[in-house]
Write a protein that binds this ligand. Structure first.
Ligand SMILES: *Cc1c(COP(=O)(O)O)cnc(C)c1O
Length: 373
C-alpha cells in the first residue's frame, strides 16, 4: 500500500484571497501594526466572542503571557492549569513568575475536572486557567463555582476552540480574558498570531500597553512591556480566514459525525449536552491500552495506511524537563491525565478531507484496531 497518498494530519488552507490581501498590504508600504490589525480585532470580536474587546498579538503564547500579566499575575501567585495540554499553557504562567499548579482532567472531554481543581486550591491561588482542549469547551459552570468559592479569577486558553460554545455562549467570553491561537494548524490562521478577548477595558488596555513596550502615547512608556505586536500582513491573512471559519467548522463537524458513525474499537469523542465542539482535533481513545500498544496503532496507521495521525499529548506537562519542578509531590496525583497520555491519538478531521479520505481513515482504523484486539 506504499503508493498511497498520505492523508495529512492537518492542512492549512491558504488561497488566492489571502495572497491578494497580503499583496495589498505590501503595496501600501505600511506593513507593521496598523489599520488591518484594528479591523481584524473588531471583526474577530463581532464574529467570535459576542463583541468582547479583542487585542491582537504575535502568537497565542504571547496572548496568554500578556493576558496573565495584565490581570496582575506574578511571583507568589498560583494558577491552576491542566497538565494534559500543549506546554504553552503552563509556560505562560511560569514566565510571569507565578507557579503553574496542575490539576487532573475528566475522562470524557480531557478538560479540567472541577473537583480536582478544588482539591489543589491554596491561599496563593490567584486564578484557574482551563484549556478548551481539541475544540471541546471546558466545564465553565463547574469551574466558575470553584473560582467563586475560592475568590479567584478564571482565564481561558481557547487556542484550539474558535467558535466553540456552551449553551450558545462562545468560549473566550467567560474568563477575565480568553486567548485564541492563529498558528497555521489551528482552525484558522494569520501565519502566526494570537487574539486576546478581554472581559473589560482595563484588561484590554493592559494587554495593548504590554504588547507595545508599555506605550499608549509614543515615548510615554507607562509600564515595562514587550514588542508582541501583530503585523498588518498577518492581520490581512487573518481577516480572510475569519470569513471562511464558519464553513470550515461546519466541515469539521460533518467529518467528525461521519467518523463517529464509522469507527470501531475506539472511543470516539463525546460531546457534552449544550456544548458545540469545533474539532480542532478528532481525538479517540484506546481504552486500557498501554503507551506501546497505542504507539503501535499510530505507527501502523501512518506507515501501512498513510493516515497522518498524531498523539496530542504524549507527555503530560508536569513530566516535561522544563516544567517538572512544578509537578505535584505525589507522582500518582493525576491518574486520568496519565491514562489519557497513554491511550489517545488524533485522526485527520480538517476541512480538506474528501469522502474517499474518510473511507480510508475508517477502514484503516477498523483494520488496525480490529487486528490488534
Ligand atoms: C497552540 C496552542 C497554544 C499556543 O499558541 P501559539 O500561537 O502556537 O503560540 C497555547 N495553548 C494551546 C492549548 C495550544 O494548542
Amino acid at each position: 500500500m506504499s503508493d498511497l497518498e498520505m492523508i495529512p494530519a492537518a492542512k492549512p488552507i491558504i488561497g488566492e484571497q489571502e495572497r491578494a490581501a497580503v499583496d495589498a498590504v505590501l503595496r501600501s508600504g505600511m506593513v507593521a501594526q496598523g489599520p488591518q490589525v484594528a479591523a481584524f480585532e473588531e471583526e474577530f470580536a463581532r464574529e467570535l466572542v459576542d463583541g468582547r474587546t479583542c487585542v491582537a498579538v504575535n502568537s497565542g503564547t504571547s496572548g496568554l503571557h500578556l493576558g496573565l500579566l495584565a490581570a496582575g499575575i506574578g511571583a507568589g501567585d498560583e494558577v491552576i492549569v491542566p497538565s494534559f495540554t500543549f506546554a504553552a499553557t503552563a509556560n505562560s504562567v511560569a514566565l510571569t513568575g507565578a507557579r503553574p499548579v496542575f490539576a487532573d482532567i475528566t475522562e470524557d472531554t480531557f478538560n479540567l475536572d472541577p473537583e480536582s481543581v478544588r482539591s489543589v486550591v491554596t491561599d496563593a491561588t490567584a486564578a484557574i486557567m482551563p484549556v478548551h482542549l481539541y475544540g471541546h469547551p471546558a466545564d465553565m459552570a463547574g469551574l466558575a463555582e470553584v473560582a467563586d468559592e475560592a475568590g479567584v479569577m478564571v482565564f481561558e486558553d481557547a487556542a484550539q476552540a474558535h467558535g466553540a460554545r456552551i449553551d450558545g455562549a462562545p468560549v473566550g467570553s467567560f474568563g477575565t480574558f480568553g486567548m485564541f491561537s492563529l498558528y497555521p494548524t489551528k482552525n484558522m490562521t494569520s501565519g502566526e498570531g494570537g487574539m486576546v478577548a478581554c472581559a473589560d477595558e482595563e484588561i484590554a488596555r493592559g494587554v495593548r500597553l504590554l504588547r507595545n513596550q508599555g506605550m499608549e502615547t509614543q515615548y510615554a512608556n507607562e509600564v515595562v512591556g514587550l514588542n508582541n505586536r501583530m503585523t498588518d500582513l498577518h492581520a490581512a491573512i487573518g481577516r480572510v480566514q475569519l470569513g471562511k471559519l464558519s464553513d470550515w467548522t461546519a466541515r469539521r463537524r460533518e467529518n467528525a459525525a461521519w467518523l463517529d458513525a464509522h469507527l470501531e474499537g475506539v472511543v470516539v469523542p463525546p460531546v457534552r449536552p449544550g456544548c458545540e465542539h469545533v474539532y480542532h482535533q478528532y481525538t479517540v481513545r484506546l481504552p486500557g491500552a498501554s503507551r506501546e500498544e497505542r504507539d503501535a496503532v499510530v505507527a501502523a496507521l501512518r506507515e501501512e495506511h498513510k493516515v497522518g495521525c498524531g498523539v496530542y499529548y504524549p507527555i503530560p506537562n508536569h513530566e516535561l524537563v522544563s516544567l517538572a519542578r512544578f509537578a505535584p509531590a505525589d507522582p500518582e496525583a493525576l491518574p486520568v491525565t496519565a491514562r489519557a497520555a497513554a491511550e489517545v491519538f488524533s485522526l485527520p478531521v480538517h476541512p480538506s478531507l474528501t469522502a474517499e479520505h474518510l473511507e480510508r481513515i475508517a477502514t484503516a482504523v477498523n483494520t488496525v484496531v480490529g487486528a490488534g484486539s
